[in-house]
Design a protein around this ligand. Sequence first.
Ligand code: PFF
Length: 436
Amino acid sequence: MSSRDHWGNKLGFILAAVGSAVGLGNIWKFPYVVGKNGGGAFILIYLACIILVGIPILITEIYIGKKSQLNPVGAFRFFQKGKVPFSPIGYAGVLCGVMILSYYSVITGWICHYLMLSFRGFSGTETEISTIFDHLNATPWLNVAWHTFVMVTVMLILMKGVMKGIEKASKILMPTLGILLIVLVCYSLTLDGMKDAWHFLTYPDFSKVTGGSLLEALGTSFFTLSLGMGAMITYGSYLKGDVNITKSAVQIASVDTLIAFLAGLVIFPIVFSNGLEPSAGPGLIFKTLPVLFAKMPGGHIVSIAFFALVLFAAITSAISLLEVAVSFVVDEYKFSRIKAILIMGTVIWVLGILSAVSSWNIGGVPFLDIFDKISSCYMLPLGGLGTALVFAWAISNEQKYAEIGSKPINKILLFAAKYVAPLLLLVVFLREIGLF
Ligand code: PFF
């Protein structure tokens, strides 16, 4: 008999999966990538990527997890047919999760620091405020301390188990995040910059779109949906019984996209009301927004709400990243859950120190950037491609229809999973490694 832990109910699964999907990718990355790529037109391309690649691969991963009831390595082995081993795709996924969490935890630590500063309130001149970030970056012990705090928090939540830990945390944190986001959107609606922000986000100006925009849209959609490294396989493996996989995938992707869009609606009115450039880049939420929080009326409360929102989003994503590694060790090496969490948590914590000490680098490139580049630009698309190929060619249509259903919409999505998604992912990967 399987002793595998499972979700308490369908809503628990959806909230946990949305919790994994909604994270720094939506609130920190999406707005600045949109800003850099000219706004509305980029959003249209992003939506196309979500529909043509994101949702089909999400269906694929949930299917592989649910059917095998195993961690990513075991799951790919489960579907192996001939001599060619599939498990390396799973191993790469576990490794990728370890790598992402090591720096994701450091960035989440920055959010904790800014949340703490928000309680005191931001004050001082623009230069003083924007140097907070540089100071934080240049203080290794502070970065390591916050990184430790985040890792310990995530480990403690996981120790409570899938249902009592992950599901419960998601059931509390995700609705709170929703409420905070709505409050912040309402606040932004009162700002003068709302009109410009709305226009910026919805007016498709294709002159700003470049070839690179398509790649960036696909990469971002993949990262924000937690695809390509087995997180959704792992969450799918805790599903049992009758679950409509297509409907779940569409719900998860819709909420994820809606939240990214709403995050844009919070950030851009503030940016436009203060005459800033929407293309400020990755420093947008750390360097620019606090300056505005300091001078706007009610900025103190808004900044607490904002950083709490980002923190909740980041923690639920970090949970899923660690769970991939934990489920792997529990399934493959038969370790107890607690032992697996302690071992993998410590490994990731140690690796994360490389990113936390920002002066450590290879050839002038900080470890955080190296890990981000290797994982999001190379490993995720490659992992997605491997997953799509296994799903397309090692599992028969009959098997898929039996689990997913054969309504026309399912057939279309399965077609996209078999042909469109692998092709686009291949193009992205070849482009990333500079082949054209
Ligand atoms: N989806 C998360 C975000 O948007 O921040 C990041 C992420 C979480 C990526 C979990 C991959 C993953 F497995």
